[in-house]
Write a new protein. Sequence first.
Length: 204
Amino acid sequence: MGVKGFLEYPLLYQSLQVAGGFFGARVRAIAKYLVLRPGSRVIDVGCGPGFIVDYLPAGIEYFGFDVDERYIAYAKRHFADKGSFQCRPFDDAAASAVGPADIVMMNGVIHHLDEVTAIAVLRAIRKALNPSGTLFTLDSCFHDGQSAIASFLLRNDRGRFVRPETAYRALLRSVFEDVQTYVREDLSWVPYTWLIGLSRTVPA
């Protein structure tokens, strides 16, 4: 079984994410850059098997979306008491069904999407956000001066569209008026470069 097949299994996928420090990076980035309170309405686009919901505050309204049937089936079995999970693309219909949201998250998703697909998803997310809402994105990022290990990992990532910071920022700004980006290389024990994006229709 190749790496791709290995990652189709939720527990194996999560074990790899935890062992490499990548899941912890998501948890730390969310804690650092988002304010989540009981009652917050949160949409997670590309939620995978749903493990992140265990690390979000109790009392939020959580809606997870993913196109992987195996991941969503796992999430429904193990986390149905903490959120709602749907196996479908996040499009205008999904946005209308679950919006308006205070927060939309995309953890490790955009670097899997080409420009056309990414913009379509971002436009649907914009429709799903309330006027003061925030889109939080976390992705692999090429960056000048990054370690050789980070560069190697990114060049061999399953995602075919890993970008530099400027390209992520331009993509987000094509849909949102207020975009802030942050490059972090200290979120995981494995040398890795992360790009956090906070996008809004109006300034925070």
